[in-house]
Design a protein around this ligand. Structure first.
Ligand SMILES: *[C@@H]1O[C@H](CO)[C@@H](O)[C@H](O)[C@H]1NC(C)=O
Ligand SMILES: *[C@@H]1O[C@H](CO)[C@@H](O)[C@H](O)[C@H]1NC(C)=O
Ligand SMILES: *[C@@H]1O[C@H](CO)[C@@H](O)[C@H](O)[C@H]1NC(C)=O
Ligand SMILES: *[C@@H]1O[C@H](CO)[C@@H](O)[C@H](O)[C@H]1NC(C)=O
Ligand SMILES: *[C@@H]1O[C@H](CO)[C@@H](O)[C@H](O)[C@H]1NC(C)=O
Ligand SMILES: *[C@@H]1O[C@H](CO)[C@@H](O)[C@H](O)[C@H]1NC(C)=O
Ligand SMILES: *[C@@H]1O[C@H](CO)[C@@H](O)[C@H](O)[C@H]1NC(C)=O
Ligand SMILES: *[C@@H]1O[C@H](CO)[C@@H](O)[C@H](O)[C@H]1NC(C)=O
Ligand SMILES: *[C@@H]1O[C@H](CO)[C@@H](O)[C@H](O)[C@H]1NC(C)=O
Ligand SMILES: *[C@@H]1O[C@H](CO)[C@@H](O)[C@H](O)[C@H]1NC(C)=O
Ligand SMILES: *[C@@H]1O[C@H](CO)[C@@H](O)[C@H](O)[C@H]1NC(C)=O
Ligand SMILES: *[C@@H]1O[C@H](CO)[C@@H](O)[C@H](O)[C@H]1NC(C)=O
Length: 769
């Protein structure tokens, strides 16, 4: 950082206002990301906040944000706005439009590429949000994406969120510290907690009451403490950037010895989740009408306020996520919410309850309208905020008549399990939130992102957050064009037109799914699934394997994109270009696996004399393995953490310092999450990833077994092959226990240009063009 940037920011608001309503946070962001320009951009808050802090939710929810960017004189840019979030949004808007730079997932901030002399604006640029809240995160993002993040990762994430206008983030990190203190004080023992808390990669579902305990080892105390320290920084930064964190609270899930410690407590045993053995599920739930519930709630919120300050009165609380109430009686359901709310109010009179609306979709048969109305009816409208979690595919706000009057947020989910596949519903996310907002009876108050994992497809997330600042549906053609200009910006060259052409094809194909009966989220590639002669192709729903666009269209976009590098070879030095070329190549190769697999299965089918051919089967079998090996080579060569297993394992292990036992446990957690997901494969492959290292190490051996057993054995029409199934599980379980360090593996960034060129030359024939 340059010396002249070390001056202290002048806080432009009076001391009466909490730091959340000062310009200090955005000024610090400029110092972090634009160190050459910290004297060139000035900020002011236009409307003195009529409230004393972000705690004042009635004020917070009642107004849209707006900003204005103008020339500040002496070559400076001046940004004024109604909140720190408005200032950050104005800043990003200016930098995108006038300097062609932005901040991105994985690639990080490219804001430092802004020209030395910031361009003046022609006339004052004005922008206004169309909703008061811009929301970010799904409870499970904290496990699929950020479980092992460091503070550096978080700082980048929070700057990304701030610049994208997020003012309402979920903040789950460190929950276990407060919860542990509450339970110990309440008489539970460390042993009770050990059998209750889940491993670092599975905490989200423990927080939801789906699972309890940890397989492969207990959650170390150092993890709990380390996450707590991290959360202190996260919360402080969120507040500094003008965000209102949505904080955890006591949900009701308790260690299983509740009945022994509190013989009079009213509790019920929750349902079994996804076939997990009883030891790891059937979590006990303390009834909210039991006075103990309020006692624990007060203890939790008091401890949390002591730890982070009184920074927010918004609480995330989900009691029935994929876990139905034991009774569907409407009085009971109303009683649960009424008493839960009472406990929150007893602990924090300003409390607002934020509820993820996922349950109303995932357990629709239980959650009849009558029950939803009763359940929500236990709480007054101003005390609750609903996250309509999957608005682009399975919105629930219409059938629940705007959640019976509760305010709600339109959210794009898009990705399950951090799966990787090019995919989008560009029409839906630009049209439907606007339609919803224009609905006469709407109680919609926000827009946001609820992806299970932050994977690729960043344009689909950017566009939704930018849509939150446009009253009319964004024109995707213009949006994609501008996005491309900024993404690959380099002062040294003009982008070849074939790059724009490629993205325009993607826009109309992979990013334009309108067939929601086929696919509702990021597609999976069949090579990530447990090999089988049947059942892999054309799956529909939310891990669809059906390819909803013509694969030839993707190949043609890929060719256009790739050919740009012949025209401008310096693109091989352009990080975003190489990143996206890797991603497109990944998808092209993944799609090319399908016809090889189909040929193999057909040729290996001994019961069909017309197509059976052992020679063809052998050849296509080895081609399948070779294709995956080449895919692995491309991913590894990219040197990108987004595309390789190694950096994820290293990040997990790093949390243990030199405590090898814990490091091994964290590594096991990570490996288990992305493969078997559960001690013995309870939801195997749910969170599969197309990572270099994982493809070669996990998917290739599975397919190799499949090919060998299929060639050897008899074909059964339903794909059953108990010998193969056994061999697969043995391999999968042994893979969990592998240790990165003892293997002395390192994924070394390779010559990505050479690798992609040779792979393209080799497989061109199978791409289907
Ligand atoms: C909260 O905001 C409302 C609406 O702007 C205002 O009337 C009220 O005085 C504020 N309360 C506090 C405690 O600042
Ligand atoms: C600024 O104004 C000039 C002249 O009206 C126009 O050509 C140019 O495109 C404008 N630049 C921007 C970034 O709006
Ligand atoms: C925010 O702006 C949108 C679009 O102009 C409008 O429909 C909505 O009522 C505004 N909300 C508030 C709280 O002012
Ligand atoms: C449990 O309830 C019984 C009967 O009401 C009462 O006598 C006893 O003191 C209670 N025990 C505890 C631990 O609260
Ligand atoms: C909730 O149910 C409990 C137990 O049946 C009962 O004691 C209590 O009065 C009920 N509370 C409300 C608000 O209905
Ligand atoms: C408008 O909202 C109501 C619920 O309040 C819903 O029934 C209706 O379908 C919505 N209209 C549209 C076009 O989505
Ligand atoms: C978006 O998805 C919803 C829910 O499936 C559907 O009703 C709506 O028609 C879709 N809109 C567009 C523009 O595709
Ligand atoms: C997306 O597909 C729909 C249905 O085929 C079509 O009406 C729409 O124009 C397409 N949008 C884009 C951006 O290609
Ligand atoms: C999958 O869908 C494709 C395209 O519609 C079709 O050609 C193929 O036969 C289907 N395969 C299976 C196994 O359903
Ligand atoms: C396949 O060929 C074998 C030997 O030529 C014959 O015995 C068998 O009946 C044929 N099976 C079918 C399904 O045609
Ligand atoms: C790690 O090892 C170093 C040197 O061996 C030691 O000084 C340090 O205390 C250890 N740290 C932890 C957390 O065990
Ligand atoms: C293949 O899938 C079928 C249908 O789900 C299943 O019955 C069979 O056991 C699977 N085969 C293997 C080897 O896992």
């Amino acid at each position: 950082m340059k010396l002249h940037c070390l001056f202290l920011a002048v806080v432009s608001t009076g001391t009466a206002f909490a730091s959340a309503y000062s310009t200090a946070g955005i000024e610090a962001l400029v110092r972090r990301r634009l160190p050459d320009h910290c004297n060139d951009i000035t900020f002011s808050l236009t409307v003195p906040p009529s409230y004393s802090s972000s705690v004042n939710k009635s004020a917070f929810a009642s107004h849209n944000d707006s900003y204005a960017v103008s020339n500040g004189g002496a070559g400076k840019i001046h940004i004024s706005g109604t909140s720190p979030s408005a200032l950050a949004t104005g800043l990003r808007y200016y930098l995108k439009e006038f300097a062609n730079v932005d901040i991105h997932w994985f690639l990080g901030s490219r804001l430092n590429l802004a020209p030395k002399h910031l361009p003046a604006v022609n006339s004052t640029l004005k922008g206004a949000s169309i909703v008061p809240y811009r929301y970010h995160f799904n409870t499970v993002t904290f496990s699929y994406t950020s479980a092992f993040w460091s503070w550096t990762d978080w700082e980048e994430q929070l700057d990304w969120m701030s610049l994208h206008g997020i003012n309402l983030p979920l903040a789950w990190v460190g929950y276990e510290k407060i919860l542990t203190d509450v339970f110990l004080e309440a008489g539970f023992t460390h042993a009770d907690l050990a059998s209750f808390l889940s491993g670092p990669a599975f905490q989200a579902w423990n927080r939801f009451g789906n699972i309890q305990g940890s397989w492969g080892g207990d959650l170390p105390k150092a993890w709990i403490e380390g996450q707590f320290e991290l959360q202190k920084k996260i919360i402080a930064r969120m507040v500094e950037l003008g965000m209102t964190p949505v904080l955890p609270c006591f949900t009701g899930f308790v260690p299983s010895r509740i009945g022994e410690i509190y013989p009079n407590a009213s509790f019920v045993t929750g349902s079994q989740w996804n076939g997990f053995p009883a030891q790891y599920t059937d979590v006990k739930f303390l009834e909210p009408f039991d006075p103990l519930f309020t006692t624990l709630q007060k203890s939790f919120i008091e401890k949390q306020q002591q730890a982070y300050g009184q920074v927010s009165s918004l609480y995330t609380l989900d009691q029935y996520n994929e876990n139905n109430p034991y009774s569907g009686d409407t009085d009971y359901l109303r009683n649960v919410t009424a008493n839960t709310m009472k406990s929150l109010k007893a602990a924090d009179p300003e409390a607002t309850w934020m509820l993820q609306g996922w349950l109303f979709y995932s357990s629709q048969s239980f959650w009849t309208n009558e029950r939803v109305e009763a359940y929500l009816g236990g709480v007054s409208n101003e005390d609750m905020l609903i996250i309509d979690l999957f608005s682009e595919s399975q919105p629930q706000w219409q059938r629940t008549n705007n959640y019976y009057g509760k305010p709600w947020i339109w959210c794009e989910l898009h990705d399950y399990g951090s799966n990787m596949g090019l995919y989008g519903q560009v029409e839906n996310v630009t049209i439907n939130p606007i339609d919803a907002l224009n609905n006469k009876s709407t109680t919609m108050v926000g827009m946001g992102l609820t992806m299970e994992g932050q994977e690729g497809n960043e344009i689909m997330y950017d566009i939704l957050l930018d849509q939150a600042w446009s009253e009319t549906s964004l024109n995707s053609e213009i949006y994609f064009h501008d996005w491309v200009t900024t993404r690959y910006y380099s002062s040294k060259m003009k982008l070849p037109s074939s790059i724009y052409k490629a993205w325009n094809i993607l826009r109309q194909t992979v990013y334009n799914n309108t067939q929601l009966s086929q696919s509702t989220g990021v597609t999976k590639s069949i090579f990530e699934l447990s090999p089988n002669t049947t059942g892999l192709l054309n799956r529909t729903g939310h891990h669809a394997t059906v390819i909803i666009y013509d694969p030839v269209a993707l190949v043609s976009a890929w060719q256009d994109f790739y050919s740009a590098s012949s025209q401008s070879p310096q693109l091989w030095k352009n990080k975003p270009y190489v990143f996206d070329l890797t991603d497109m190549t990944r998808q092209v190769l993944a799609n090319a696996f399908v016809p090889l697999y189909t040929s193999f299965v057909t040729a290996a089918n001994k019961s069909d004399n017309a197509t059976y051919s052992i020679d063809t089967a052998r050849r296509t079998g080895s081609e399948m393995l070779a294709l995956l090996a080449d895919l692995d080579a491309v991913l590894v060569a990219s040197g990108e953490a987004a595309f390789t297993l190694g950096p994820w394992i290293e990040a997990a292990r790093a949390w243990a310092g030199n405590d090898t036992k814990s490091a091994d446990f964290y590594e096991y957690n990570l490996r288990n999450q992305v493969t078997l997901w559960g001690p013995t494969g309870q939801i195997s492959d749910y969170s599969s990833r197309q990572w270099g290292g994982l493809v070669k190490d996990y998917y290739v051996p599975r397919w190799k077994l499949f090919i060998e057993y299929t060639l050897r054995g008899d074909t059964t029409p339903n794909g059953a092959n108990s010998e193969l199934a056994k061999a697969l599980l043995t391999f999968e379980e042994s893979w969990q226990m592998k240790k990165w360090e003892s293997e002395k593996r390192k994924e070394v960034k390779g010559d990505v240009e050479k690798t992609i060129k040779s792979v393209a030359a080799k497989w061109g024939y199978v791409f289907g063009n």
